[in-house]
Write a protein that binds this ligand. Structure first.
Ligand code: SF4
Ligand code: SF4
Length: 216
């Protein structure tokens, strides 16, 4: 009898545990069902990176004094400073400088401690490549001016997420009637069709004016 009761107790314990885990999983699902989408139509739309975004490092060869502070403060001693000592002037002559972005963790230490401010972090984040060796940037590649989301004519820069109200970045627990910052796809289509019909009408008016002038 005792054995049977123990089995029933174990079974009940397992059932309660399973119900607990099931409800935990479902609560995550229901939480996501109530939130608004935060989709960005990449690569046609891109979010503007924040002001202090730590993207690809920009380097100015002319300002570098080959002091190697950047190497010492880097947690993985990553920057490679290639210099030779000029015996006549008794000064270092910089030959090359490189950073491998396949290894860099973008901590910004090198930028922070560089005594001549020749390093800076840019907003460039599209570094993906098919060959990891091409992520090793030399001083020429590091000296290239960064691309900007706001100056690229082929991209629509987004200051905020179109499905959320203006200035809001958290998609959870928003009232249904709160207006979104962007337009719905159906609203965009309506706007495009209204615009095209207006331009058609204007063309027709122009053509009829020209015909009237010819007949006069
Ligand atoms: S810390 Fe700055 S100046 Fe010194 S080697 Fe590095 S990049 Fe050049
Ligand atoms: S950002 Fe950090 S990891 Fe990358 S080179 Fe500079 S110090 Fe090293």
């Amino acid at each position: 009898m005792l054995g049977f009761l123990k089995k029933v107790a174990d079974y009940s314990k397992d059932a309660i545990g399973a119900a607990k885990y099931l409800s935990q999983g479902l609560s995550v699902t229901f939480d996501h069902m109530r939130r608004r989408p935060i989709t960005v139509q990449y690569p046609y739309e891109k979010l503007i990176p924040s002001e202090r975004y730590r993207g690809r490092i920009h380097y100015e060869f002319d300002k570098c004094i080959a002091c190697e502070v950047c190497v010492r403060v880097c947690p993985i001693n990553l920057p490679v400073v290639d210099w030779v000592m000029n015996k006549e002037t008794k000064k270092k002559e910089l030959r090359n400088y490189s950073i491998d972005f396949g290894v860099c963790i973008f901590c910004g230490n090198c930028v922070e401690y560089c005594p001549t401010n020749c390093l800076s972090m840019t907003e460039e984040y599209e570094l993906a490549s098919f060959d990891r060796h091409s992520l090793n940037y030399d001083n020429v590649a590091l000296g290239r001016l960064p691309t900007s989301v706001t100056t690229d004519p082929s991209v629509k820069p987004l200051r905020e997420l179109a499905y959320l109200p203006q200035g809001v970045m958290d998609p959870h627990d928003l009232p249904r009637n709160q207006k979104r910052a962007g337009s719905l796809p159906s609203e965009l289509l309506d706007a495009i069709s209204t615009k095209s019909s207006q331009s058609d009408n204007e063309e027709m008016v122009d053509n009829s004016d020209n015909d009237n002038q010819k007949s006069i």
